[in-house]
Design a binder for this molecule. Sequence first.
Ligand code: ADP
Ligand code: MG
Length: 238
Amino acid sequence: MATLDLENICKSFGPAKVLHDIDLAIRDKEFVVFVGPSGCGKSTLLRIIAGLEEATDGRIVIEGRDVSREDPVDRGISMVFQSYALYPHLTVFENIAFPLRVQKMTQQDVNQRVNRAAEILQLTDKLTLKPGQLSGGQRQRVAIGRSIVREPKVFLFDEPLSNLDAALRGDMRVELSQLHRELNATMVYVTHDQVEAMTMADRIVVLNGGRVEQFGSPMELYHHPATKFVAGFIGQPN
Ligand code: ADP
Ligand code: MG
């Protein structure tokens, strides 16, 4: 069970208010996509959920527990970033194992978790290679593997595919949807790409200027857009 409730989240940077009263109830095992134009507050909201940024007001509640004051590592949340910073001098195995080394986990447990993640991500035959020997898609999978081994309850993705070319992006969309089914985890995925949102999401949150325009299934948004903005954004060809 990992429900994620965002309760009246507000965020200001100095005089600039970038998030206005974000109030969303995300269900257990749901794949929710936050979509909206550049600068609308997507990354800021994700960073607040992860605990990398503090909200000016409001609460983050996971499985009914208020985690707003908890350290990022205690929240049971893992974030995959846009620019996947792998360690070039470490093998794929050690890159994936890295968060477990920090936790001082036993070698046996490390082996078990890394091998399981590699299996899910089809990296089993790449574990002894270095990041420089991998394709862009494989490198992105290593970054995701690093999240999986921590066995988080909630995964956060901030535009994880935006550095990949169009063909690879399509493949990775399918892979991430499969990953969601296999891991049975709650996932929050940020993108500015409507196609990604429409094809991957159980439900979509459309953000504009730090406000929620609509929260609903792709079909609801498509057939019953709540605002002109949603209609334009979803209908707009990519
Ligand atoms: P998105 O991810 O949707 O492109 P961001 O969350 O990165 O948008 O940014 C939302 C707004 O907040 C932007 O106007 C941005 O300039 C501003 N912002 C983000 N981080 C900071 C910061 N650390 N200090 C000041 N302003 C910031
Ligand atoms: Mg962003």
